[in-house]
Design a protein around this ligand. Sequence first.
Ligand SMILES: [Zn+2]
Length: 464
Amino acid sequence: MLSNLVKLGATNLGLFQLDFRILTEGKFVRIAPTLGSIVHNSTMISMISEILEANGVQPDSEEISKEFEEYSSLQMKLAKYQSSGKLSISLPGVRSINFSSLITEMIHPSRVSKIFGKIRVVTSEHPLFFKSNETESDVRREFPRASLRVFMRNFVDKGNRDGVKKLTEELKKNTLEMIQDTENLAPPVKESMLKKVEAIKVTIGYPDHFDPPGTLDKEFENFDLDSTDSYYRIFQKLNRLRSEQQMEFIAGETPISPIKEVLKVNANYKRSKNALTVFAPFLDDPFFDITYPDYVNLFFSGFLIAHEIGHSVDANGLGYDENGKPMDGIRLEHVTEYGKQGQCLVDQYDNYDDPVYGKKMNGTHSINEIIADWVGHEVTWRAYKKMDTSKMLSLIGLKDINMDQLYFRVQSLLFCRERDTISLEETLKDVYPTDNFRVNGAYARVCGGVQLSGYITYESGEEV
Ligand SMILES: [Zn+2]
């Protein structure tokens, strides 16, 4: 039917249209959705009736209204899906329509062999034509453990998990040393901080419970899907599996809730449990790889993990003990030297002249992230200074800079990006300081701390 419409010269084929675009890259046939043209009900109905009458068909107005309602509601549904406005050079991912043959139909049959090869096609990046990764995230949400299993089996070198584990322990040790070395901390406060960092529960990728081969597979032993199962039946079975897994979790047989989302490229610290989790996708390049020189893993992933450890002693974290229970009394301002350092960081951000927003920042609001960054820098620097890098591989193209410079360069790159474009209001809502501050502010070192050997600030990648 579509092909016949094209033969008749139609380019608007209902849900989509074929049109022509002249772009800087050249001339293209464009496949795009036909949306936003909701014709008024009565106009459309009388038009259809007239066409039918003119062709000798008696219109059934009730039938027409009913069909028109369906048409309008479909249009409304489709209108919810906005096009990104971007164009893709691939054909739509809709297997039931042969788009190439529709385009061929637009060419005079005698000219097809001559010009078809010269026709370039672009497709509007609309959900009508391309699957969004929504399906993928549905699967991840519904089958978190199975997704974890697939991910671990196919993408993660087991050595990476052990490597991140080792790195995390090392960072923890250096955090303890840093606290130990901090002068003028009231002894009970120091003790409670040390106890807390020492007690942080670390999970790398997945709890050790799932480490023995086959453990994750075993979770699905009783989950039988059949090719004849309806969508509804699959969900029914899935819900059943989930309740069984919940019961096992509640009974303490398994360590993570079956509905917990475990595939995030991230690490986080949970205050209420004094627990640090490094999620599985983190255990893969470009974040971490056991074959990278140790200093690469430390400069990049090490910082991110140490930042999370830093949250255990940030302004909020200080108020909770090693089991995640709130403690009375210990607040940043009560912790003398540490408190002074915290106040200095608050003031520094308050007075920071951000190139986009000016001196409008709120140090109190962002203090937890600033402290976490600060701990992240101090701890990775400590760990790096103990490392014998002389025998490690050097990086191609970066042999001319010394290791210290490389340290600053990599850490700066973590937050080095284009200037912020969001409004000041939105920026102030964010708990993170601006990226600019996370590089230039963090290394300005106006608040002291461990002596770093050199200051480097970056302005569009240039050393200043
Ligand atoms: Zn943070």
